[in-house]
Design a protein around this ligand. Sequence first.
Ligand SMILES: [Fe+2]
Length: 349
Amino acid sequence: MTTVENRIDSLADSPADFYERLAGAHVVPLWRVPGTDAPEPEPAEVPHVWRWRELIPLMEEAGRTIDLGSEAERRALNGVNPARRWGTTHTMVAGYQLVLPGEEATAHRHTPAAVRLMLAGRGHTTVEGEPVLMEPGDLVLTPGWNWHDHRNAGDEPMIWLDGLDVPFVRGLNAQFYEDFEDKRMQPARVAEDDSVARYGAGIVPAGPRTGRAHSPLMKYSYAATLESLERLRESEGDPEHGVTVEYTDPQTGGPVMPTLGCAAQLLPAGRRTRRRRHTSSTVFCVTRGSGHSVIGGRRYDWEQNDFFVVPSWTWYEHVAADGSPDVTLFAMSDRPMLEPFGLYREQLA
Ligand SMILES: [Fe+2]
């Protein structure tokens, strides 16, 4: 008769090919799975700084050699984390995108959501028929499955930081992509910056809410962001973290995207933030000033327009350089992917 005790005995005396037979049966013995009893997460990426000074010459070369439209749907250089084959973090990609004067990047839509932080030049992104004017420091949203195209009618190259949740969406095998009809630009259906007129003052039109999972406001201007940061500094600046504001959906107070949270931080020259870590991973972009961060015990210097990764569950602090202009940082985080499931944790040193 087979008893539980007998079965445990037979496991202990298992023949040499036992593990091969398990593999052949498409099972894995839990006692051999690494990390099963790990007490805390191990980061899936490493800290890294992508430097504007190093990447812009490469971007300019791409501008000379890669035709937008016939060779590249988008002329974008995505940051690849040194610890990964692809992706800036395990959940997000970030990188620079270039549209030259006179160029158009035709309309398409995809389920991954994107945020754009304008860094240089001036131009338009049209989102679901709304032409959104982009100027340096502005945060512009192109939510998942929203038609979007980019146009540079000015004299200067447009360069912005892209931030997307592609690794997360692909991990869920939920990526869909579609070109706009005949691969052209979409027609404007409303006035320029229509959503700014409707939602930009932090008050919302009376009547039904949009019911969408993302913010209805497609642009958060840098001027308004700086004004908020400066006012907060005067009234209640935080001596440990500088001053931080979050970009929110004006209808709900929640994050701008269901998967991505965005924030802006002001660090007066010479200020050091308190050390912290959290289960979300973060891409920071330096919108003004220079300084360094200590991430996982190592120093990483940065200056204006650089972007860098703070991996999940890794201690970090920022230091604004002495004699630098006051630092402003933009932050994109995957925190909204964690919070609904009770998986967000934070620690302060
Ligand atoms: Fe896109």
